[in-house]
Design a protein around this ligand. Structure first.
Ligand SMILES: *[C@@H]1O[C@H](CO)[C@@H](O)[C@H](O)[C@H]1NC(C)=O
Ligand SMILES: *[C@@H]1O[C@H](CO)[C@@H](O)[C@H](O)[C@H]1NC(C)=O
Ligand SMILES: *[C@@H]1O[C@H](CO)[C@@H](O)[C@H](O)[C@H]1NC(C)=O
Ligand SMILES: *[C@@H]1O[C@H](CO)[C@@H](O)[C@H](O)[C@H]1NC(C)=O
Ligand SMILES: *[C@@H]1O[C@H](CO)[C@@H](O)[C@H](O)[C@H]1NC(C)=O
Length: 394
């Protein structure tokens, strides 16, 4: 697929352009925010709404209610994506590929994702190839910040900003990323149930059947950040098209949330399963259990463990290997750590984590939502975000 390649080329050009601009603009950073919770003001755009997904239904029917309510927004986002693709591919080859070739690959997606995607295509009226494309799309560009922390009483907190839509078209008039704007109405909290009982909860975009943020009450919390590498998702997608058996990241996360029953089991699966794209998995369990797993497509390069006894009471991951410096143009790690260290272990909580994730540039133009989770009581709260000017583009 030429798409991955041209998106990356474009990304590079864009980066150069923005970097040149970055010389002229003041640094859009600020001192650590405090007292931002409960969320209010211009950086808060509302609560994500809740939907129940009934796992006892056949996969084709599970998403009907969501699609019924969000069809217009999904079709709108798909159109935005198509327009962007068309700008780079005026002859329409990519979209033809999506419409005519991708449907053949539906059967190579594992159950229940293949049937859920078919159901979403039927309910939305979108061609199945476009729904597959839409589902691939979410795997590829999540610049994010995830934090897991343990307080002095041994309570575990997991919070994340999901920053999405980099390089996918800048809207000068509104000073926002076009895709990012189209995405916000799609953010949903989901309660996955069997026999009317919650199995797990997660945050997703309507129409996407994978999971990038989720919690299984009393057992674990999980989030994923994109990992950029030369051996990236583009190769993985080619392999998938040619039939190599590896997992989509968001599908693997949904599977462990649905079916794994212990922290250990989840960790083993996240370390060992072959993936289509490299990733960081940020996994938390009960007191003392938390790690960041740095993944290549083949295996795990590193498992970075929480170590409260040694004073390491939190793990913080953005989009860079923790043993390397972040790229200087995109350093959200240093400001976030500064705020964490200022808060101290004694005062860490979901509200103070919200403070950290509300501090620019940890909060930036790409930030779509902030999710707060606490494994001990099964809390999941998701807030839609905005970053009015002045604010870093990422
Ligand atoms: C968001 O949810 C909180 C807690 O449930 C509620 O108090 C608040 O009014 C909601 N805000 C908006 C804008 O809906
Ligand atoms: C991939 O391989 C695993 C283990 O070999 C198998 O259980 C699974 O069904 C395969 N998946 C697909 C989509 O072929
Ligand atoms: C779930 O709850 C609904 C309404 O509360 C009820 O009609 C249904 O029979 C319940 N299903 C099961 C499997 O218990
Ligand atoms: C979870 O396990 C059940 C039973 O083996 C299976 O039917 C279901 O598809 C699995 N869920 C996911 C998301 O893989
Ligand atoms: C911790 O929180 C308490 C009460 O909210 C506050 O008085 C105290 O200054 C905070 N400590 C630090 C180190 O921020």
């Amino acid at each position: 697929m030429a798409l991955g390649f041209s998106v990356r080329c474009c990304a590079l050009l864009f980066l150069c352009g923005l970097w040149t601009r970055a010389q002229d603009i003041p640094p859009y950073t600020e001192d650590c925010r405090t007292g931002t919770y409960p969320p209010t003001g211009p950086t808060f755009k509302g609560n994500a709404s809740w939907y129940t997904i009934n796992l006892d239904l056949p996969p084709e029917e599970r998403w009907n209610k969501v699609i019924k309510d969000k069809k217009k927004e999904i079709v709108n986002l798909m159109q935005v994506i198509k327009d962007l693709v068309e700008a780079f591919d005026p002859t329409g080859q990519v979209i033809r590929l999506v419409d005519y070739k991708l449907p053949i690959l539906l059967d190579s997606l594992p159950y229940p994702f293949n049937e859920e995607i078919q159901g979403i295509a039927d309910a939305s009226g979108l061609p199945v190839g476009e729904v597959i494309f839409y589902n691939i799309f979410y795997e590829l560009s999540c610049l994010c910040t995830s934090i897991i922390a343990e307080d002095e009483k041994g309570r575990m907190f997991h919070a994340r900003n999901l920053d999405f839509g980099l390089f996918l078209g800048w809207d000068i008039k509104h000073s926002t990323w076009i895709v990012n704007r189209a995405l916000k109405p799609l953010v949903l909290n989901l309660d996955f149930q069997k026999r009317n009982k919650t199995v797990f909860k997660g945050v997703t975009f309507a129409g996407y059947v994978g999971m990038l943020t989720g919690i299984k009450s009393n057992i674990f919390t999980l989030s994923m950040n994109e990992r950029y590498s030369l051996d990236g998702g583009f190769m993985g997608i080619l392999e998938w098209i040619f039939g190599v058996n590896s997992s989509w990241v968001g599908f693997l996360m949904r599977s462990v949330l649905e079916n794994a029953t212990s922290y250990k089991e989840v960790k083993k699966e996240l370390v060992e399963t072959k993936l289509i794209a490299p990733a960081y998995f940020i996994l938390g369990g009960k007191s003392g259990e938390a790690c960041v797993i740095t993944r290549t497509r083949e295996d795990s390069m590193d498992v970075w463990e929480l170590d409260v006894k040694q004073g390491m009471w939190y793990l913080l991951e953005t989009n860079y290997d923790h043993w390397n410096q972040p790229m200087f143009l995109d350093d959200r790690r240093t400001p976030a750590m500064k705020c964490m260290n200022r808060i101290t272990q004694k005062n860490i909580s979901l509200p103070t984590l919200y403070d950290v994730l509300s501090t620019k540039p940890v909060l930036n133009k790409l930030t779509t939502y902030t999710a707060l989770m606490s494994v001990d009581d099964g809390t999941l709260e998701t807030y839609l975000r905005d970053c009015p000017n002045p604010c870093m583009p990422w």
